[in-house]
Ligand binder design. Structure first.
Ligand SMILES: Cc1cc2nc3c(=O)[nH]c(=O)nc-3n(C[C@H](O)[C@H](O)[C@H](O)COP(=O)(O)O)c2cc1C
Length: 276
């Protein structure tokens, strides 16, 4: 006899079915509501992270919740500066152009990547050229690095909380098994954070640009006083979602996914057998 199960993310007054939370979860590119994040919601988020599986229940992580506006503003400045450096030197597009799609048709056929669907009118006619390696000087002439940097700064500065995810170096040793296990554990913990945030009407966005500029990343390590015992793995913006906030000047969506048939082989790689 078939049994059906209903899973819930949280068993209190804010219940969201697990599958609903999984499908609703998304990266929030725009500003959050200015509402302060409650201590109880922050506790739910961190405790849910710590319910994630980890090798031998090692819980190889620690977190910093940044709510001090001065620190948030400083991180916003560093992230904006990182964005400007990355874009103006062409590094960003050199590394990541392969993930960019410029039309609905393109992302629908590729089923992966991000669709740059919001672009100022003056960039539109030659967007593909501008975002290519050769177009960096045009990009700089049109002030695109500054536009992106300002958007980045603004959405970070107005975030009520930044969350720093650290792994303990005694567990996270790159090139070792426990290093791999720590990364697998971290992925599970992050997804718990993200789903719990979703169920609470909150959103997250990875603030990754400073990671790409070594001197800027070092500034963040200093600002957050990360000890030698820990590796800072990621910084996220966190807050309650407000759908009325404006989108960034240049923005993207990434709703497309490959489907079951694209993802799965049967019994061996490339195997075509079907399941009933
Ligand atoms: C390792 C990693 C790095 C990411 N870096 C960024 C980032 O720098 N900025 C950003 O807005 N989103 C970042 N993302 C979010 C992805 O772009 C996003 O998850 C993907 O496009 C799917 O969109 P969704 O999260 O809305 O489903 C990152 C996600 C991961 C897992």
């Amino acid at each position: 006899m078939k049994q059906s199960f209903t899973f819930f993310v949280l068993l209190n007054n804010q219940i969201m079915e697990l599958l609903e939370a999984i499908y609703k979860r998304k990266t929030i590119n725009h500003a959050f509501s200015s509402k302060k994040v409650s201590k109880s919601d922050l506790e739910k988020i961190i405790n849910s992270a710590n319910r994630a599986p980890s090798h031998f229940n090692s819980q190889p992580w620690d977190f910093i919740l940044v709510t001090d506006q001065k620190v948030i503003t400083s991180i916003g400045e560093i992230a904006g500066d990182s964005m400007e450096k990355l874009i103006s030197k062409g590094e960003f597009f050199k590394r990541y152009l392969k993930y960019f799609r410029f039309s609905k048709e393109e992302i629908k056929s590729q089923k992966s990547g991000i669709h740059i669907d919001k672009i100022p009118f003056f960039l539109r006619p030659f967007i593909q050229f501008v975002l290519g390696e050769k177009g960096i000087s045009i990009l700089n002439f049109l002030g695109v690095p500054k536009i992106l940097a300002n958007d980045q700064k603004k959405i970070i500065n107005t975030s009520p909380v930044l969350l720093a995810f650290m792994l303990k170096k005694e567990e996270y040793k790159p090139g070792t098994k426990s290093g791999i296990y720590s990364l697998i554990s971290m992925g599970a913990a992050l997804q718990n954070i993200w789903l719990t945030a979703t169920s609470l009407g909150m959103g997250l966005q990875f603030v990754s640009t400073p990671m790409e500029v070594e001197e800027n990343w070092n500034q963040i390590l200093d600002l957050l006083k990360i000890p030698d015992s820990h590796e800072l793995m990621a910084v996220y913006r966190l807050g309650y979602i407000d759908q009325n906030q404006d989108r960034n000047t240049i923005d993207w969506v990434s709703d497309e996914r490959r489907n079951f048939q694209d993802l799965v082989s049967f019994n061996y790689f490339g195997g075509k057998e079907k399941i009933d």
